[in-house]
Ligand binder design. Structure first.
Ligand code: URA
Length: 238
């Protein structure tokens, strides 16, 4: 990448682009301005993207996700879907990525699968937004609801990692194989992962079926119920 584009990219990431100067303030000299820009670029280039994201607060994180074009998904979706709920929740539910309804409304799990998730929450006396946060592995809708690809997950995962660090949930429930694999950093069948306790960076992690899968395979609801009971027991001990 040529130096001008690299500078612009870094400044955009820092939300410092375009570089505007109020007319009624004393303008820095050209040398001072160049030094300031150089300092910001040096700071940003010395940090990896992941490290940069890992230091953001909620407002900056939301802005960065909203403006993100790090992978090809953003070009094909209506808007990013950041996450919703109590930013100090004990419970975090993680899905795969927005579908058509979520893409239209900007909120996770608002379609048919979302209705089932709300019912699953109600079954264990929880409610969206009340000590519960809901997020996805990828923040942009994959076209035609295909699974997110590895590079898309890799670009988006630092956002979820930062959400988790800010929320500090006592328990995470991963919904479906994509969420489970991304959080564990390994591929495995959902059947082999569910029904037991995992660990995500020191936080208990429970893996269960995705609500969309349960809509297609209602016979598996009994196992999802067992997983939710394990989650409740785990939370009681946390
Ligand atoms: N499926 C998901 O994984 N997440 C949503 O937000 C909606 C459907």
């Amino acid at each position: 990448m040529c130096i001008v584009n690299r500078e612009e990219a870094v400044l955009r990431e820092l939300n410092l682009y375009p570089l505007w100067q109020r007319r009624d303030t004393v303008a820095p000299t050209a040398t001072q301005a160049a030094e300031l820009v150089e300092q910001k670029i040096e700071t940003a280039s010395n940090k990896s993207r992941g490290q940069f994201i890992s230091e953001l607060g909620w407002p900056e994180l939301k802005t960065m996700v909203r403006d993100c074009t790090a992978c090809k998904l953003r070009a094909g979706c209506t808007q990013t879907v950041f996450g919703v709920g109590d930013e100090k929740a004990d419970w975090l539910f993680v899905g795969e990525g927005p579908g058509a309804d979520e893409d239209a409304l900007g909120e996770p799990f608002v379609g048919q699968a979302g209705k089932l998730l709300d019912n699953m929450l109600a079954a264990i006396k929880l409610k969206r937004g009340n000590n519960v946060y809901i997020a996805n592995i990828v923040k942009c809708r994959p076209p035609g609801n295909r699974n997110p690809e590895a590079d898309e997950i890799a670009q988006c995962l630092p956002y979820l990692q930062r959400q988790i660090a800010l929320i500090q949930p006592k328990l995470i429930v991963a919904l479906g194989k994509t969420a489970a694999s991304a959080m564990l950093g390994k591929e495995a069948t959902l059947g082999s992962l569910r029904g037991k306790l995992h660990d995500y960076r020191g936080i208990p992690l429970i893996i269960t079926y995705h609500p969309a899968y349960l809509l297609r395979s209602p016979m598996e609801k009994a196992k999802a119920w067992q997983d939710l009971c394990l989650a409740v027991e785990t939370m009681q001990k946390a």
